[in-house]
Design a protein around this ligand. Structure first.
Ligand SMILES: C[S@@+](CC[C@H](N)C(=O)[O-])C[C@H]1O[C@@H](n2cnc3c(N)ncnc32)[C@H](O)[C@@H]1O
Length: 294
């Protein structure tokens, strides 16, 4: 009689159960079983008839229970890849999203490696943006901030794990964390979901910290603070680069215009939706006449 405790059997059972709660049941089942067996997905494909030990089977059942009540895979496994970097995550931080790579890509393409470029990542969460930039631009001097002490602990531990020594961490409410300093680049993926957005009650988002998600009635409170105040913390030739919601393109453009930013550009994600807005410092005109642009 065929065993009921093989890799294949466990995967099939899990996949059926997860169909009711997950948009990607097969991938979730595979990810959780890999986590329990400490292997990669190729191992599951190569050894479908291999038996799980009773401990492995019990461990898998436990994780499956958590996924069945909706807990995100990244929180269950404590890990999420961003910009090909393995990052540690927990419920104190937003799970880094692929669309945030659009922001990193823009910064890396537009601003070359050069000694002493000062960059601030405001609301760093897991440290995803700061770690990606520190990896790509080891000569930059990066400050990563967050109002959440717990989030900063995760960000710091990710930077240590990746052996990145060009990031400093500061706790504080937006610009309070960098008071008295000026930067060439201020970058942020701030909270930008409207307080009553129905998505907050759906899927993985239910488990993420509210502090990382919501920003007032229109979801624009944090972006307004950033665009109003960034000019005081940017060099004359500096840039503010902000991620925002897919439906906030024109509202965010207005915020940048009201903040006096120039050369405003808006970048689309893989789904062709504008998700990142960047603008040059309000004080950049006179400086641009003295120095070449980036
Ligand atoms: C959308 S999450 C972005 C996290 C990370 N940068 C990323 O891209 O995955 C927003 C972050 O802003 C932080 N935050 C919220 N309010 C803040 C404030 N007033 N000052 C500084 N950081 C704040 C949250 O704790 C959270 O880590």
């Amino acid at each position: 009689m065929p065993s009921l405790n093989t890799i294949n059997h466990n995967l099939n059972d899990a996949c059926q159960l997860l169909q009711t709660v997950s948009p990607s049941p097969a991938a979730d089942a595979s990810r959780l079983l890999c986590f329990v067996l400490d292997c990669n997905s190729a191992h599951l494909i190569a050894w479908p008839e291999k038996e799980l030990t009773p401990q492995q089977a019990a461990g898998f059942a436990e994780l499956l229970k958590r996924r069945l009540i909706g807990e995100p895979i990244a929180y269950i496994t404590g890990a999420r890849e961003f910009w090909s970097l393995p990052l540690k995550v927990n419920q104190d931080v937003l799970i880094p999203r692929p669309e945030t790579e659009t922001l990193v890509e823009f910064v890396v393409d537009r601003f070359a490696e050069r000694d002493g470029i000062k960059t601030a990542d405001l609301g760093t969460g897991s440290g995803a943006i700061a770690c990606a930039l520190a990896t790509e631009r080891p000569q930059w001097d990066i400050v990563a901030t967050d109002i959440s002490h717990a989030a900063l602990q995760i960000a710091r531990s990710n930077a240590n794990m990746l052996k990145l020594d060009n990031i400093r961490f500061c706790q504080g409410n937006w610009f309070e964390a960098i008071a008295g300093d000026v930067f060439d680049l201020i970058i942020s993926n701030p909270p930008y979901v409207a307080d009553d957005d129905h998505h907050l009650a759906e899927g993985d988002v239910r488990f993420e910290p509210e502090l990382a998600l919501t920003a007032g009635a229109q979801g624009l409170d944090a972006i307004q603070i950033l665009t109003r105040q960034a000019g005081d913390y940017l060099t004359a030739d500096g840039w503010l680069i902000v991620e925002h919601g897919y439906d906030q393109r024109s509202a965010v453009q207005d915020c940048f215009l009201q903040g006096g930013f120039e050369e405003i550009v808006q970048l689309t994600d893989l789904a062709s939706l504008a998700r990142v807005t960047a603008g040059r410092s309000p004080g950049s005109q006179e400086q641009a006449q003295k120095e070449p642009a980036w």
